[in-house]
Ligand binder design. Structure first.
Ligand SMILES: Cc1cc2nc3c(=O)[nH]c(=O)nc-3n(C[C@H](O)[C@H](O)[C@H](O)COP(=O)(O)OP(=O)(O)OC[C@H]3O[C@@H](n4cnc5c(N)ncnc54)[C@H](O)[C@@H]3O)c2cc1C
Ligand code: FES
Length: 381
C-alpha cells in the first residue's frame, strides 16, 4: 500500500516541497526521515530500494530484484549503482551493476558474487532478504553502449564481470536485435557461470548472438565454432579472430578480473585500436610501489592532526587503517569520493589513472592513492 502510494507521487513535487521547507529550517535529511515514516521509498535525498525477489544464480552468487521509489531516475545498461549497507553500525558503500527488470525504470536486478571475506558481498548474499530496504544512489558510470547502436558489438566478460555485459545483452536483444553481438565469457566452471541457463536460452533464440563460454580453459559453448576450429582458451588474437573475426573494427566492452583486463588492454594497444576498447574494473589495481619505502603521512581533520606511516605498496586508506586510524571512507573503489582529501604536499600515485600527483592542493582519494613521498593531507569530508 505504502509502495503504490510512493510510486504515485511525483519526485519533483517532493523535491520542491523539500526546497520550501529548507527555507523554514527543515534540513533535507530531516525531510527524508519524515517521508520514510510513510515509506522508505519516498525519500528524495537519500534514495532507497526494497528487495522484492531473491534467487540463487550459482553457489556463490545471488540475484536481488529491487523496487526503487519515484525519485530514482532509471539507468542505462552497463552503469553501476552505489549501495549503502550498514553492518555492525558502520555504513559501507559498494557498486553493483544493475539490469532493468520488466522494462520499468524503477525496477532493477543486481547479481552479487560473494568474495572470500568480502564484507558487503557476503551481507547481500547471506543476510539480505525479501522486504529489506537498501540505500541506493542514482545510477552512474560511462561503461555504456553508444546511443547510436553500432552494427556490431563485442563483449568480453570474466566471472562476475558478466553483470554489466548481461545488462547490455538484454538491452540489445530487446531494442536492437539486428546488432551482430558476440559474447566471450570466461568462468571457473559451468557451475560458477552466472546466468548460464539464461545465456544458453538467449543464444538459442537470438540468431545475431555468437556466444563462446570458456570454463577453466575449455570451450563448453561455442556458437561461433566452425568445423576444424582449434580450441583457444585464453584471450588472444586467435581466439578473437575465431569468435569475432571483425574485432579490429568493433566497439568492445570488457569487464572481469585484472589479468583478463590486462590481456585485453595489451591486445587492443598492440593492434593500435585502444580507443575502441571500453574497460570496467570491479576493483582498483593493486599498488605496485616499493614495500620498503616507508612514508610519513600527516592528515588534518576538524583541526585535529593524525600521523601514520605508509609503505609505497599500500593505499593510504589501507595503511591508515593498519595503523589503527578510523578514516572516513565508503566504497574503497574510487567511486563515492567519501575518502577525498586535499594533497597539500608530497606526491602520490593515483591507481586508477596511473598518474603521479604532486601536492598543490588537489583532491585525492585515499582508497586509490599510494604514497610516493612523505605527505601532508587535509580531509575534505
Ligand atoms: C563499477 C563497479 C561495478 C560492480 N558491479 C558488481 C556486480 O554487479 N556484482 C558483483 O558481485 N560485484 C560488483 N562489483 C564489485 C563490488 O562493488 C564489491 O567490490 C565486491 O562485492 C566486494 O565487496 P566486499 O565488501 O564483499 O569485499 P571487501 O570487504 O571490500 O573485500 C574483501 C576481499 O575481497 C577482495 N575483493 C574485493 N572485490 C573483489 C573482486 N571484485 N574480485 C576479487 N576480489 C575482490 C578484496 O581484495 C579483499 O581481499 C562492482 C564494482 C565496481 C567498481
Ligand atoms: S572510499 Fe569511495 S572513493 Fe574512496
Amino acid at each position: 500500500m505504502a509502495d503504490s502510494f510512493s510510486t504515485a507521487l511525483a519526485p519533483s513535487a517532493l523535491s520542491r516541497l523539500s526546497g520550501w521547507l529548507a527555507h523554514l529550517g527543515v534540513s533535507p535529511l530531516a525531510f527524508d526521515d519524515t517521508l520514510s515514516l510513510i515509506s522508505p521509498l519516498l525519500t528524495v535525498h537519500r534514495l532507497h530500494a526494497r528487495v522484492v525477489a531473491k534467487h540463487r544464480e550459482t553457489p556463490g552468487a545471488n540475484t536481488l530484484v529491487l523496487q526503487a521509489g519515484p525519485g530514482f531516475k532509471g539507468l542505462q545498461p552497463g552503469q553501476f549503482i552505489l549501495f549503502g549497507v550498514t553492518i555492525g553500525g558502520v555504513r559501507h558503500r559498494r557498486a553493483y551493476s544493475p539490469r532493468i527488470v520488466d522494462n520499468r525504470q524503477d525496477r532493477f536486478a543486481i547479481t552479487v558474487q560473494r568474495q572470500p571475506d568480502g564484507l558487503v558481498s557476503r551481507h547481500l548474499n547471506e543476510h539480505t532478504h525479501i522486504g529489506d530496504i537498501l540505500e541506493i544512489d542514482q545510477a552512474s558510470g560511462a561503461f555504456t553502449l553508444p546511443t547510436a547502436k553500432p552494427p556490431e558489438v563485442l563483449l568480453v566478460a570474466g566471472g562476475s564481470g558478466i553483470t554489466p555485459c548481461m545488462a547490455m545483452l538484454e538491452h540489445l536483444f530487446q531494442s536492437a536485435p539486428h546488432t551482430k553481438t558476440t559474447l566471450i565469457y570466461f568462468a571457473r566452471s559451468r557451475q560458477n557461470r552466472i546466468f548460464a541457463a539464461a545465456l544458453d536460452d538467449l543464444a538459442r533464440g537470438w540468431p545475431q548472438l555468437r556466444y563462446m563460454a570458456i570454463d577453466s580453459g575449455v570451450h563448453t559453448v561455442n556458437t561461433a565454432a566452425k568445423p576444424g576450429d582449434t580450441h583457444q582458451a585464453v584471450l588472444n588474437v586467435s581466439l578473437l579472430n575465431q569468435a569475432a573475426p571483425d574485432w579490429l573494427h568493433t566497439p568492445t566492452f570488457c569487464c572481469g578480473p585484472a589479468p583478463l583486463m590486462d590481456a585485453a588492454r595489451q591486445l587492443w594497444c598492440d593492434a593500435g585500436i585502444s580507443p575502441q576498447l571500453h574497460l570496467e574494473a570491479f576493483a582498483p589495481p593493486k599498488p605496485s610501489g616499493d614495500s620498503h619505502a616507508m612514508h610519513t603521512v600527516q592528515i588534518e581533520r576538524s583541526q585535529q592532526r593524525q600521523r601514520f606511516d605508509a609503505p609505497g605498496d599500500q593505499t593510504l586508506l589501507v595503511a591508515g587503517e593498519a595503523a589503527g586510524l578510523t578514516l572516513k571512507h565508503g566504497c574503497r573503489q574510487g567511486i563515492c569520493h567519501e575518502c577525498t582529501c586535499r594533497l597539500l604536499s608530497g606526491s602520490v600515485r593515483d591507481l586508477n589513472s596511473g598518474i603521479r600527483i604532486d601536492g598543490e592542493g588537489q583532491p585525492i582519494r585515499l582508497c586509490v592513492s599510494s604514497p610516493m613521498s612523505d605527505l601532508a593531507l587535509e580531509s575534505l569530508n
